[in-house]
Design a protein around this ligand. Structure first.
Ligand SMILES: [Zn+2]
Length: 101
């Protein structure tokens, strides 16, 4: 069961509810250093395979899992931190993914 630490997240505003944003892609760090960029399709597939994605709170020295959810406005599937995530480990607090080359 692979574990992936999310280090950056790509989000887009909701098409129907302007102030909401949806995380629709992430980059992960693998122990050993290699980064990987994930699309939503790849994330959904990995989660279905019981792979685990998490974020790290450096302040609270804890980890938080992420989960899929569906927007009540636009019905889009996106990623969010679980409710118990420390504030500094929430997906919205992560830097944006670097542009792809
Ligand atoms: Zn939406």
């Amino acid at each position: 069961m692979p574990l992936y630490q999310i280090i950056s997240a790509t989000s887009q505003p909701c098409a129907l509810a302007g102030r909401q944003t949806h995380v629709i892609g992430v980059s992960t760090a693998i122990v050993g250093g290699e980064r990987r960029r994930w699309s939503m399709t790849e994330i959904v597939k990995a989660l279905n395979n019981c792979d685990v994605f998490y974020t790290v709170s450096h302040r609270e020295k804890s980890v938080a899992l992420v989960e899929l959810t569906c927007c009540v406005h636009c019905q889009r599937i996106f990623l969010r931190s679980r409710a118990n995530a420390a504030p500094d480990s929430r997906l919205e607090q992560l830097p944006p993914c670097p542009p792809t080359t």
